[in-house]
Design a protein around this ligand. Structure first.
Ligand code: SF4
Ligand code: F3S
Ligand code: ZN
Length: 103
């Protein structure tokens, strides 16, 4: 499962489409965590798609991640500022790849 304390335990190493990327990143095998308020551990995501389908405000967009060992698509929190903290994505992800900091 995603580490809910990733902000303390990891370093921000990059940004992507306006959100933070938390390392370590070593493409294509290690992609880190994307997002901060809505955080997706790309190294855990298996592209199940429940989060993409169920988010009521369309926070997630698919990105291609060729040659990643778990899946070649990831749910990117491209619109994390739109999040309404409903926690649906956290509940439906079968591999607990998402953390939402509802404060
Ligand atoms: Fe979307 Fe709700 Fe998840 Fe926020 S908590 S990203 S609104 S499903
Ligand atoms: Fe990935 Fe979980 Fe969404 S596996 S696509 S973060 S439901
Ligand atoms: Zn991203």
């Amino acid at each position: 499962a995603i580490d809910p304390n990733f902000e303390e335990n990891r370093e921000q190493v990059d940004t992507h489409e306006g959100h933070d990327v938390w390392g370590p990143v070593d493409e294509p095998e290690k992609l880190g965590i994307h997002g901060t308020h809505v955080a997706v551990d790309f190294d855990i995501c298996i592209a199940d798609g429940a989060c993409v389908e169920d988010c009521p405000v369309d926070v997630f967009e698919w990105v291609d991640t060729p040659d990643h060992p778990e899946s070649e698509l990831k749910a990117d929190p491209a619109n994390e500022s739109q999040c309404i903290d409903c926690m649906l994505c956290v509940d439906v992800c079968p591999v607990d790849a998402i953390d939402v900091d509802a404060g």
